[in-house]
Design a protein around this ligand. Structure first.
Ligand SMILES: [Zn+2]
Length: 722
């Protein structure tokens, strides 16, 4: 089994419930299908030159059937359960399924078309059901449990022991240990959760659409650029409304609040955002989330846990809600003290301008700073202090320079690996590039695919995944890819990146290193198959090298002249990173605390009133700052009610603590050296999920991770600038 499998399932199960259909016609699957046999290409790379859109579905269907059969044979094996005939056997199942699914997820994410979309929609609930069929198989669980109980007597090596514990906990986590009546109860709760979660998403989508700001006159939009105003006029036309429409984004703060001159417009846009899902009527989400929180607590009690967060965090690095809460509580004073300082600076600016703004109405003596004013004035401070003209910066960040003299260079310095472009490996789109990665001694390590440019048929954002996971058991080396959405230049022109794009490249390549250095026996524990509060650590850690002087000066060179970036510009880029961080950290902490407060309710707590609950939760956690609202309010917190981040939003901050502590360790030990890199690779990056991650990290660092480097990195330990 492979790691990606797990990601697939949660998404499918959540969104689609049990609506499995039947196939229109029996699928033709035979030796003509390119997935039928393992690839004959180097590193088992997918043969994209032979794969047709119509090949995926029959291969996935045949792969699921084959894996179910393999699992059936393991569960029904008349021989007594052993580690080999149960765990090793399970790890060998699903190889056809995995190679078809890995290629399918790759192309549907980055190169979708209507035919593939149809297959994806059809297969989503079937994939969820496929997963349940394995992890709720009671005969299979009996074998797993039998070995788990005698694991200490079996003299297993540490990775094998970890595998036994991993599977056992995964089965138990899903409810395999429950009595039949409790299983039925769990199934009911799961179904209700899935229905409510889906209802939340539907309501929120409508509420967000309805919450758009409508302006009758253009004057109300003073401050927006011509392009933004044109877009607002177009949005109104699409909705058949007179005037202008500014659609809402997911977060509390809205991008246009940076520049809307009129205070009344800012207030209206902010309030539309803040109150989008609590206005009564069909799109009000309050009853839905109150019941979701309650039923999740009931589900946790059924599974033997104090609350939902305790159940959810059991397999995470933090392990308990208390650990996550303690971590967040420690960040609150530094974050809110800085935010309060920033608020004072902004208030002073408002007062000094007499509350005047171009095109707006003046209020003599100014006014009291409110959340809808924050970004508008912060943006003025940012412009005065760090304004950077993108057209000045971009010529120093040409994509190939950044990739080869920045991203690859840092990895070579740290880990000794080398890169060679291969034009002979087939790709799913001509923009995709392939590199063979070798060890310092020339031994092959991995294949790396880079798909950097934006396309209309590509998902937004950037991500890393793999076509083949490393496993010694299966004899596979990693085949890893990064997908980004950088603007594609005109033919013959250089691809010039923003600094944000540069950081994204380093980030995704950090995931890639985690995948490429994997050195596990078992695929399910390999590489990036780690808990959510750990998985962003290697990627965020790798971002630090983007501004590390020896790396930065190696890649940030003018694409025409080769001249180094002027020191003043480089300095601005680095300083801008610590601007407004009191606000930024406080709003994330407030959201993460709301998430954790909702999910630490016990099962016998009555249904909560979301408004009162939220106010009390923010006060209790010292995060009730009048001008710094949470990044998401409970009523539109899609991560936790509509997605799989319930009791998991803290993970972003947790991983930041890990990567900043790690980088501090590097700085204290000589920085960018092979010795430091090799040590990180040996003790962390190669280990996947084969060890307890808290221990693994502590052994590598020589101490527990601490929040000080994180506060320093966000610029929150020095006094507020005057
Ligand atoms: Zn990431």
């Amino acid at each position: 089994m492979r790691s990606q499998f797990r990601i697939l399932i949660t998404a499918g199960a959540l969104a689609l419930g049990s609506s499995s259909g039947t196939l229109d016609k029996p699928m033709d699957f035979g030796p003509d299908n390119p997935f039928y046999a393992p690839s004959t290409l180097p590193f088992l790379a997918p043969p994209f030159d032979k794969i047709k859109d119509s090949d995926y579905q029959p291969a996935i269907e045949a792969g699921m059937a084959e894996q179910r059969q393999e699992i059936r044979e393991i569960a029904d094996n008349p021989a007594p359960p052993t580690f080999a005939n149960t765990f090793v056997a399970m790890e060998k199942t699903g190889q056809l399924f995995n190679r078809a699914m890995a290629a399918f997820s790759g192309v549907t994410g980055a190169n979708l078309n209507p035919e593939l979309q149809k297959v994806q929609d059809f297969e989503a609930p079937r994939l969820a059901a496929h997963h349940d069929a394995i992890f709720l198989d009671s005969k299979l669980f009996q074998r797993v449990a039998a070995i788990y109980k005698q694991r200490d007597a079996l003299k297993l090596d540490s990775e094998a022991l970890r595998l036994v514990e991993f599977y056992y906990k995964k089965f138990v986590h899903a409810g395999a240990n429950l009595s039949d009546s409790d299983k039925a109860e769990l199934k009911k709760l799961n179904e209700e959760e899935s229905t409510l979660s889906h209802a939340f998403t539907t309501k929120l989508l409508a509420a967000t659409k309805e919450g758009a700001l409508v302006a009758k006159e253009k004057d109300a939009l003073a401050g927006l650029s011509d392009a933004q105003i044109t877009a607002a006029a177009l949005a109104a036309k699409e909705r058949k409304i007179e005037g202008y429409v500014i659609a809402l984004q997911n977060t509390t703060q809205q991008p246009d609040l940076d520049s809307l001159h009129r205070r009344a417009s800012r207030q209206a846009l902010f309030e539309n955002s803040w109150n989008r899902a609590d206005r009564g009527g069909a799109n009000d989400t309050r009853d839905t989330i109150a019941r979701l929180a309650q039923l999740r607590a009931q589900k946790a009690r059924l599974l033997g846990f104090r609350n939902y967060a305790a159940w959810k965090l059991e397999d995470q690095m933090a392990k308990t809600p208390d650990a996550a809460l303690k971590f967040m509580d420690a960040l609150v004073p530094g974050a809110t003290a800085r935010a309060t300082g920033e608020a004072k600076d902004i208030q002073a600016l408002i007062n000094s301008q007499n509350g005047d703004s171009p095109g707006g109405t003046s209020q003599r003596g100014g006014f009291k700073l409110e959340p809808w004013d924050w970004n508008y004035y912060a943006e003025q401070v940012r412009k005065a202090k760090y304004d950077m003209d993108e057209s000045q910066i971009k010529p120093y960040f040409e994509l190939n320079h950044v990739l080869e003299n920045g991203v690859f260079y840092a990895a070579s310095q740290l880990y000794g690996i080398t890169f060679k472009e291969r034009k002979d490996i087939p790709v799913y789109n001509p923009d995709v590039r392939v590199f063979e990665v070798s060890e310092a001694n020339g031994q092959p390590l991995a294949l790396f695919y880079g798909d950097f440019f934006k396309r209309d048929n590509k998902n937004g954002g950037a991500w890393m995944s793999s076509f083949v996971d490393q496993s010694k058991l299966l004899g596979t080396l990693p085949v890893v890819y990064n997908v980004c959405n950088f603007s594609k230049p005109a033919p013959g022109e250089p691809a010039l990146l923003s600094f944000r794009d540069v950081t994204t490249m380093f980030h995704e390549f950090g995931h890639t290193l985690h995948g490429m250095f994997a050195d596990s026996q078992y695929p399910i524990l390999s590489g990036t198959a780690v808990p959510r509060d750990f998985v962003e650590f290697p990627s965020q850690f790798n971002e630090h090298w983007a501004t590390y002087p020896a790396v930065f000066s190696h890649y940030a060179k003018h694409h025409k002249t080769g001249a180094a970036m002027p020191a003043e510009l480089a300095e601005k880029i680095k300083k801008a990173a610590t601007f407004n961080q009191g606000y930024a950290l406080t709003e994330i902490l407030a959201a993460a605390e709301l998430d954790m407060q909702w999910h630490t309710l016990s099962a016998d707590t009555p249904l909560q009133k979301p408004d009162a609950f939220e106010t009390a939760a923010l006060q209790k956690t010292q995060l009730a700052l009048s001008s710094v609202p949470p990044r998401y309010r409970s009523t539109y917190f899609a991560h936790i009610w509509g997605g799989d981040y319930g009791a998991g939003y803290y993970a972003y901050l947790w991983a930041e603590m890990l990567d900043d502590s790690a980088f501090q360790w590097f700085e204290d030990h000589g920085g960018l050296t092979r010795a430091n890199g090799d040590r990180l690779r040996r003790m962390v990056l190669s280990r996947g999920n084969t060890q307890d991650l808290a221990n693994l990290y502590k052994e590598w660092l020589g101490a527990e991770p601490s929040i000080e480097p994180m506060l320093k990195n966000r610029g929150l330990v020095e006094p507020v600038s005057k």
